[in-house]
Design a protein. Structure first.
Length: 105
């Protein structure tokens, strides 16, 4: 992401993703906007920055899901969430996810 080390807040290692602790370079609070057009929501969340090969750009944990009232529909590869103007949603493309995974192998 090109973040300067001075911007990051110190954080302890993450456990539970692999058999070994993952070193955290730091954490940063960023605004996240979900949705498009009229059904959007923007909130600030803390992210942990790691140097680790993965197919994910970001992992939304329980705190983000709870704060946005997010519901995940795995079969449809879609998430829904509550906004001030109704229900927003985001649909994901499985082909893109597979291409990222192949690139890492």
């Amino acid at each position: 992401m090109g973040l300067k080390e001075q911007v990051l807040t110190k954080a302890s290692p993450l456990y539970g993703f692999t058999n070994h602790p993952i070193e955290v370079k730091g954490s940063i609070t960023l605004p996240v906007t979900l949705g498009d057009y009229e059904h959007t929501i923007t909130k600030c969340f803390q992210f942990f920055i790691v140097d680790h090969s993965t197919t994910y750009n970001a992992i939304f944990g329980h705190l983000i899901m709870r704060a946005t009232k997010m519901v995940v529909a795995m079969f449809y590869i879609k998430i829904k969430f509550s906004t001030s103007t109704g229900i927003g949603f985001m649909h994901f493309d499985q082909r893109i996810t597979r291409s990222y995974k192949k690139a890492l192998m």
